[in-house]
Design a protein around this ligand. Structure first.
Ligand code: CP
Length: 338
């Protein structure tokens, strides 16, 4: 592991957004995640983080990201402490800068999930230990590691020959991250959304610069018939992101209804081996409080951003993707701290 130059170069580094790492560093991290996953499955996992302590700050709810950091730390012999606004001072009585200067004296790394990207950047600027972005309004970089490991596991193509279509709210963290990560990795990227929900010019420019280096092909379109043909993967996300007010649902549903992923969407790829990705949680049936309410208001009883049929189909690899949060976050911890 220490013999791989792009991996040893990650020691002590922050991971605040996808552009923090090169394509080669991303590939090395994915290789390490695959190695750690198979070591664990074989009962051969070595603990490389014994004696380390990691602070986890969650200003927004989380199931997968929090669990992945906590379990990855546990498997590797490290300790993880969770802090949130109700049980700490962060954001209310203590700035991110002061919090960082306290936590760096006690912890070997800090994870942050919250609202503004500037908060995680401020934590990183004021701490000497690695800081990881567990999701902000702008980027979701640890999710990208899991998505791209899952794509690699479910395709026999290199990333330079892989195509994916991301449908839905494309100016959210997931839309931004899919566009830029696809550009870094050299993929055929199709972002499909109403123009009101396209990534900003700034994000498109970042992606364009990375595509020029990697050879990625980028299409941003309003037309699913342009985005879908030949796609190896179709991905979507919830139509209203964490932290947005409930009042935006009605407008968002009416804007995004043509971008819902259902069996017709997958047929439009023309690819019988197409796979479906979703970072989760997903509104694919009425078995959640919010899903039920929105289903009653919109008449979309069979799922919102994705139909229950597609979510539960053989094309869906969403639980492999969820599991890969663990292996990829473990790889990030090992590469930056071990
Ligand atoms: N995909 C994702 O970030 O899941 P959580 O919100 O449960 O962490």
């Amino acid at each position: 592991m220490s013999g791989v130059p792009s991996l040893s170069a990650l020691r002590g580094r922050d991971f605040l957004k996808e552009t923090d790492f090169t394509r080669e560093e991303m590939l090395s991290l994915l290789d390490l995640a695959a190695q750690l996953k198979s070591e664990r499955a074989a009962g051969l996992e070595e603990q490389r983080l014994r004696g380390k302590a990691i602070a986890l700050i969650f200003e927004k709810a989380s199931t997968r990201t929090r669990s992945a950091f906590e379990v990855a730390a546990f498997h590797q012999g490290a300790h993880a402490s969770s802090l949130d606004p109700s049980s700490s001072h962060i954001g209310r009585k203590e700035s991110a800068a002061d919090t960082a200067r306290v936590l760096e004296r006690m912890y070997d790394a800090i994870e942050y999930r919250g609202y503004a990207q500037s908060t995680v950047e401020e934590l990183a600027a004021h701490s000497s230990v690695p800081v990881y972005n567990g999701l902000t309004d702008e980027w979701h970089p640890t999710q990208m590691l899991a998505d791209f490991l899952t794509m690699r596991e479910h395709s026999d193509k290199p990333f330079s020959e892989m195509s994916f279509a991301y449908l839905g709210d494309a100016r959210s963290n997931m839309g931004n991250s899919m566009l830029v990560m696809g550009a870094i990795m050299g993929c055929d990227v199709r972002i499909c959304a109403p123009s009101e929900l396209w990534p900003t010019e700034e994000v498109q420019q970042i992606a364009g610069e990375r595509a020029a280096q990697s050879g990625a092909r980028l299409v941003i379109t309003e037309d699913p018939r342009e985005a879908l043909p030949g796609a190896d993967f179709v991905e979507t996300d919830v139509w209203v992101s964490l932290g947005e007010p409930a009042e935006v649902w009605a407008e968002r549903v009416s804007l995004l209804r043509p971008y819902r992923v259902d069996s017709t969407t997958l047929e439009l790829t023309g690819n019988p081996r197409v796979r479906f990705l979703h970072c989760l949680p997903a509104f694919h049936d009425g078995r959640t409080e919010v899903g039920q309410r929105i289903a009653e208001e919109t008449g979309l009883a069979d799922g919102l951003e994705v139909s229950d049929e597609v979510f539960e189909s053989g094309a869906s690899v969403v639980f492999d993707e969820a599991e890969n949060r663990l292996h990829t976050i473990k790889a990030l911890l090992v590469a930056t701290l071990a």
